[in-house]
Write a protein that binds this ligand. Structure first.
Ligand SMILES: *Cc1c(COP(=O)(O)O)cnc(C)c1O
Length: 309
């Protein structure tokens, strides 16, 4: 996919080319490694990160057919729902978000954001959400007409192929490792699948018990002969869980590098990379790229004043 195609499709979204910045740190010097960050968090002022890439082929498809609606799924804090709402509003595509659980009295920041951007929200019970059946799909068809369905988190071959577009930004830069946080593993899958070099793509899990990466890669049709590894030790007790160790990593990281991290994904990634460097996991001479996958709006749920940014 040539870069101009990404630009053309995303032109309505005012998309900026992401930059790679190198971090300076005594620890890196001492252990003989280089660390850089791909700033996907800066590609867009409202919706940053990996989500737009995962949506790319779905948006392209919806644009081709005039009256199609995009329907997708997520929880009350889903970055994916927010990104879908935003992209669809900008591209004048009708969007429906199916939200897990009964409608709460006060909506999360994320869901308020979705409504502001014109997404229609439908709340369904957790049990139906877990087992979406034919009857529910028919209800959607009756209500919204023809639609394109995007699975939760964009977990699909199309979502993976969209994530593969990210490789364009680092493929010719000779990194020994490319590290990124892993939720549904769709982004990880896309980056592994498109890896044409000896670079090791290293996923860092942000959920407990992510023991099924191989199955996920199978479902997403990833070429598993590509070089990759998975690290499961930095989930901090589970998805969106955190402790003082994690939050007290985020502020100094920001002071030192002027890069904000979110506590759900990118802070766990960077904490993990720092810890692995300290434990000499990376050979001297390693040239490591960390992908900042965005998600900073997730910090809205933190207490006022907890972060200095
Ligand atoms: C959604 C998200 C991820 C996880 O991406 P997957 O493709 O689901 O693994 C990583 N980082 C951020 C900031 C996200 O919002």
């Amino acid at each position: 996919m040539p870069q101009s195609d990404i630009k053309r499709l995303l032109s309505k979204i005012e998309f900026e080319e992401p930059q790679i910045v190198q971090l300076k740190d005594e620890l890196f010097e001492k252990n003989g490694v280089q660390v850089s960050v791909l700033r996907l968090d800066k590609i867009q002022t409202v919706i940053s990160g990996n989500k737009l890439f995962k949506l790319f082929y779905f948006l392209k498809e919806a644009k081709k057919s005039l009256h199609k609606t995009i329907i997708t799924f997520g929880g009350a804090y889903s970055n994916h729902l927010a990104a879908t709402a935003f992209a669809c509003e900008k591209m004048k595509i009708k969007a429906v978000g199916i939200v897990r659980g009964e409608k709460p009295k006060s909506l999360s920041h994320t869901l308020q954001f979705c409504l502001e951007y014109g997404m229609h929200l439908e709340f369904i019970s957790r049990s139906l959400y877990k087992n979406i059946d034919e009857k529910f799909l028919q209800h959607l068809k009756d209500k919204y007409g023809d639609y394109i369905l995007i699975p939760e988190g964009g977990f699909s071959v199309e979502g993976k192929n969209g994530a593969s577009l990210i490789n364009y930004y680092f493929a010719d830069k000779n990194f020994t490792h490319v590290c990124l946080p892993v939720g549904t593993a769709t982004t990880f899958a896309g980056i592994v699948d498109a890896n044409e070099s000896e670079t090791e793509i290293m996923g860092v899990g942000v959920l407990k018990n992510l023991n099924d990466i191989a199955e996920r890669f199978g479902e997403l049709k990833v070429d598993v002969s590509k070089k990759y590894s998975f690290i499961g030790d930095y989930h901090f007790d589970g998805y969106a869980k955190k402790n003082d160790e994690l939050t007290s990593f985020m502020n100094p990281f920001y002071s030192k590098h002027s890069i904000p991290l979110d506590f759900v994904y990118t802070a766990k990634l960077m904490f993990g990379v720092y810890d692995l460097i300290a434990k000499n996991y990376f050979k001297p001479g390693s040239n490591i790229l960390c992908i900042h996958t965005g998600g900073l709006q997730g910090n809205d749920s933190l207490k006022e004043g907890e972060l200095i940014y």
